[in-house]
Ligand binder design. Structure first.
Ligand code: ADP
Ligand code: MG
Length: 757
């Protein structure tokens, strides 16, 4: 009888073997609690650090409490029952010829000591390691580790070598202490051959950088003989992490680039031309250069995959809008996605304002050649929503603005040609994929970051995209001066409000930003209902210890501060309005309009004004509790002033005692206006996980050795190598080990990390 093919039992790859099978249930159970289930898991459980081996000590110089390793000969070993305490005890005496040392082992039963008894035979020499104690005037080691020459080691030299190895210290638990993990790792690793450990790094890449193979690297980090070994192994495994991630990003990029898209070449005499003709300013050199890049890529029959990051106020919106108009001219539609509803609504307003009559297609007063901007949000009324859905589906709206809800199935496009994502690290690879699936053919993609991000973060989070950068802000802005105002210095705080008054009297406007809407708000509310506030959590504030931990007064709140300012003598007669995400849309509109016109020149608000609010007369930005905001966000906030011809002033009111991380953050902000420089500092100061997304931090992270803030060079190298490999073999057909490593590394948490990032 023949056995059908699929009934042949394939052996499980060694790395996928459950630890319970390799080590037994008893040893495997505590490891499972650490999330280690297979041999592969355990081998990728790297030591956290290494401790120095005990120094070799002369028996004549044993000091109580010291961790020592001594070479000595066994003189005798005896087991006896302990009548008083119960249980059994083995006591051995070892000697160097002139001095003695006792070794003591305890056990519940005699039998458990048998192994030691059979090993510690008189006349054998060994290395004994442990902490020296004193028992009735006798030096002793309790439960020492030991290896016997001729038994555990071939000779003295190799015994010494063994005893002088760095000791790996593993992330451990009470049930699985580090030394036990070490033994388990050895049990798993030692029998594995190179064939059991296929190397994700291609040979030539490895050779190019002089990196050791996978098996050697694992031996290096788990069983080093010297510090150079674990350093060598760690470097190679760190590079591997970067390479595997970059290979996946390169593969995605190459798939997207290889896909077919509808070409949307620029049309002469179209909306884009009309728009350019009506622009009230000239584009900066950077805007022109990026514009040409986008124009060219949209005209190609492959999907554009571009990240646009720019300095605050560099004019990204106009660049994006011009790209959208090119697509509309070519018969397609563009979708603009914002991270929150409030921001989506603001974008729609901004776009409509920029377009003027060109954006009023089908309306009275619309230009002859024109399109329409549809806004789709979850909170809009059924009628408005139906109409907007229809505009999107019929193609009447050339531009559709919304949140990620635009990705839901109910939203249909007539011909989606371009997706623009305006985001703050919240739109992951997965969403990019979903969106591509919405169109008959992959749409072109433009991702914009709200603030500059460090190059290494861009490479890690947006590694599948090409990057364009706008560094220059339009000419004619007079710059912003930033000062830190200590909240407890009442004279300075008073001076702050007097400055506000002076600016107002000179025709300026002032923003006053607070972290909260009302004083009673729950403490857990980090994000004030989608207004973009990204307050630092309490535990992020004391990166360097509990210096800032003492109970703080409640955070400044919009409603309360507005009341206080209205009652302030310094601001007598000056109009003060409120703005926050919880107000009805009409009230918001009115507050902003009154502010813009100067009728109510002081606006107390949450970070709703962070993005999209553009009032050239605004000259002062006061941020209360400034220590609660991240650097990038403060930079974004201050970008709201100094947009006209009058210089801007940013006053950061904060409780930030000198020497605290918050003080460092604020001082840095005051010292530079360069958003890219700030982003780099932000990355250093904030915990990495907060930059890359929550899943990236913590023990469950699959980036174990790589740190984006530190390993820029490694990431860069890995990216170049990975792109080369993927270019030669887009689906990595000749690199099965690399494919497997991608699947393993990117499964679960990594996908999540990429998506959240
Ligand atoms: P950001 O890049 O921060 O999103 P915006 O797109 O909001 O910047 O642009 C900031 C302001 O600068 C807007 O009022 C915009 O209309 C204006 N702007 C854009 N480009 C130019 C330019 N070339 N010259 C003058 N003002 C410009
Ligand atoms: Mg913007």
């Amino acid at each position: 009888m023949s056995v059908p093919d699929d009934a042949v039992v394939r052996p499980v790859p060694r790395l996928d073997e459950p630890l319970a099978r390799v080590l037994g249930e008893r040893s495997a159970a505590p490891l499972a609690k650490l999330g280690l289930r297979t041999s592969g898991d355990l081998l990728r459980h790297y030591p956290r650090r290494y401790s120095e081996p005990g120094a070799f000590t002369d028996l004549a110089h044993l000091v109580v409490g010291e961790h020592v390793t001594v070479m000595a000969e066994v003189r005798q070993a005896t087991i006896r029952e302990m009548r008083s305490r119960g249980g059994a005890m083995l006591q051995a005496v070892v000697t160097d010829g002139s001095h003695q040392l006792h070794l003591t082992f305890f056990a519940k039963r005699r039998g458990a000591l048998r192994l030691h008894e059979t090993r510690l035979v008189a006349g054998r020499t060994g290395l004994f390691t442990g902490v020296v104690s004193d028992y009735r005037g006798q030096r002793q080691l309790t439960h020492p580790d030991y290896q016997l020459i001729g038994v555990d080691a071939d000779d003295e030299a190799s015994a010494f070598l063994e005893a002088s190895r760095p000791i790996p210290i593993y992330p451990a638990s009470a049930a699985a202490p580090t030394w036990r993990i070490q033994r388990c790792v050895r049990t798993v690793l030692d029998p594995l051959t190179e064939d059991d450990l296929p190397d994700p790094l291609p040979d030539d890449v490895r050779a190019r950088h002089g990196l050791v193979g996978l098996r050697q690297a694992l031996l290096d980090v788990h069983e080093p003989y010297a510090d150079e070994h674990w350093k060598r192994g760690r470097d190679r495994l760190r590079y591997e992490e970067a390479f595997v991630l970059q290979a996946e990003l390169a593969r995605r990029r190459s798939r997207a680039v290889g896909a077919v898209a509808t070409a949307r070449p620029r049309v002469d005499g179209g909306l884009l031309d009309l728009f350019d003709a009506q622009l009230p300013f000239t584009l900066t050199a950077g805007q022109r250069a990026v514009g040409e890049e986008l124009e060219r890529e949209l005209a190609a029959a492959h999907p554009m995959q571009r990240l646009l990051q720019g300095e605050v106020g560099s004019g990204k919106t106009v660049v994006a809008l011009r790209a959208m108009l090119q697509v509309v001219d070519a018969g397609g539609q563009a979708a603009l996605l914002a991270p929150t509803e409030v921001l989506a609504a603001q974008h729609a307003r901004t776009l409509r304002a920029l377009l003027g009559p060109l954006g009023e297609g089908g309306f009275l007063g619309g230009a002859e050649q024109s399109t329409r901007v549809a806004l789709l949000t979850g909170s809009q009324g059924a009628t408005a929503r139906r109409e907007n859905l229809l505009d999107a589906a019929s193609g009447r709206a050339g531009i559709v603005v919304g949140t990620h809800a635009l990705l839901s199935e109910t939203v249909q496009f007539a011909d989606l040609g371009l997706v623009v994502v305006d985001e703050q690290h919240r739109f992951g690879v997965e969403q990019r994929d979903t969106l591509r699936a919405k169109a008959a053919q992959t749409p072109h993609l433009l991702v914009m970051t709200a603030t500059p991000i460090p190059r290494t973060v861009a490479m890690t989070v947006f590694g599948d995209l090409e990057t364009s950068v706008l560094t220059e802000v339009p000419a004619g802005r007079s710059g912003i001066t930033t000062h830190v105002v200590p909240a407890e210095n009442l004279a300075w705080v008073e001076r702050t409000w007097r400055r506000v008054r002076e600016e107002v009297e000179r025709g300026g406007r002032a923003y006053v930003v607070c972290p909260r809407i009302d004083p009673d708000e729950g403490k857990g509310a980090r994000r004030d209902e989608g207004d973009g506030a990204d307050l630092l959590a309490a535990d992020e504030l004391d990166l360097d210890g509990p210096a800032e931990a003492p109970a703080r007064r409640p955070l400044q709140a919009v409603l309360q501060v507005a009341e206080e300012l209205r009652a302030l003598p310094a601001l007598a007669g000056v109009g003060v309005a409120e703005l926050h995400g919880r107000m009805p849309p009409d009230d918001k509109e009115r507050a902003l309009a009154d502010f813009a016109s100067g009728r109510v020149p002081v606006l107390v608000s949450t970070t709703v004004i962070e993005v999209g609010v553009d009032v050239p007369e605004a000259t002062v930005m006061v941020v209360l509790d400034a220590d609660r905001f991240g650097l990038s966000q403060l930079h974004q906030l201050r970008g709201r002033v100094g947009r006209g011809s009058a210089p801007g002033l940013c006053l950061l009111v904060a409780d930030a005692p000198e020497g605290t991380p918050a003080a460092t953050r604020l001082a840095t902000l005051a010292s530079t206006g360069d958003g890219f420089a700030l982003a780099a500092v932000d990355l250093e100061l904030r915990r990495e996980g907060d930059v890359l997304g929550a899943a990236q931090s913590g023990a469950a992270s699959s980036l174990r050795l790589l740190r984006v803030a530190r390993d820029g060079e490694v990431i860069e190298l890995a990216r170049t190598d990975a792109r080369e490999v993927v270019e030669a073999d887009p689906e990595l057909e000749s690199h099965p080990a690399l494919r497997a490593a991608i699947d393993r590394q990117l499964a679960g948490e990594r996908e999540e990390f990429l998506d959240r990032a």
